[in-house]
Design a protein. Structure first.
Length: 236
């Protein structure tokens, strides 16, 4: 799906603030021509600045396509299930227990024991399934963490080799899963932090080395997840 708009971040003013009005005019004309027709008619004196914008547009388009694909999948699942109509005489839905017959006490005890065993077995199966599902999420999160930068083309390429089997990584990701975060939330945080800590350092927008902050211990704490999930998330 083709987008009807594009984003220009305030942080991009820093490397172009010393351009003359004439250079700024040519730069933004080139940006609009690129967005409308993919035509790169760019003069040499503004080429470097144009590449910064072009790289950011590519990142934003990747994220936009990811969101469109996610919304498409959610749409195929159907809408929210309908709620049952409330009983005006019993709005809380409280079920009154029936009075047990004395003749059936032994049968009821046996039935209760069976029910308790079923509950324990179901609980064990659910926990086992949840653990397996969490392992799959952790594996996918760490894989995306290591490969997010492969979309970029820089003179210096940094390889990330985080292990999904690492106990501290599994612990911190599991904690956020238990708080209600899903796989797309983790990927959004990774995507935003990659731009903030890695891309901005390469293009000279960070005053000090920031790649060290591109790691799970920084990004996936309870406080940082909220911050980085929303810091650049202006498409939603």
């Amino acid at each position: 799906m083709e987008r009807e708009c594009f984003l220009i971040y305030k942080s991009f003013y820093e490397p172009i603030k010393f351009f003359s009005d004439e250079q700024l005019g040519r730069l933004f004309r080139s940006i609009f021509e690129y967005q409308i027709s993919q035509n790169e008619n760019v003069d040499n004196d503004i080429r470097i600045a144009f590449e910064f914008f072009k790289n950011q547009f590519r990142l934003d388009n990747l994220k936009y396509e990811k969101i469109c694909e996610r919304n498409k999948k959610n749409g195929l699942k159907g809408g929210r299930p309908k709620k049952n109509k409330e009983n005006p005489k019993n709005p809380m839905g409280i079920i009154k227990p029936k009075k047990a017959d004395n003749d059936n006490d032994n049968d009821n005890d046996n039935e209760n024991n069976n029910n308790n065993n079923n509950i324990i077995r179901d609980s064990f199966e659910k926990n086992e399934s949840k653990t397996q599902n969490n392992s799959e999420i952790i594996r996918e999160v760490v894989n995306y963490l290591n490969t997010c930068g492969e979309y970029e083309k820089f003179e210096k390429v940094i390889k990330f080799r985080y292990k999904y089997t690492s106990n501290y990584i599994r612990k911190i990701i599991t904690a956020r899963i238990n708080e209600g975060y899903n796989i797309e939330d983790f990927k959004d945080v990774i995507f935003n932090c990659y731009k903030k800590f890695v891309v901005n350092e390469f293009i000279g927008l960070n005053n000090k080395s920031s790649i060290q902050y591109y790691n799970p211990e920084v990004m996936f704490t309870s406080e940082k997840m909220v911050k980085y999930l929303n810091e650049y998330d202006s498409i939603r």
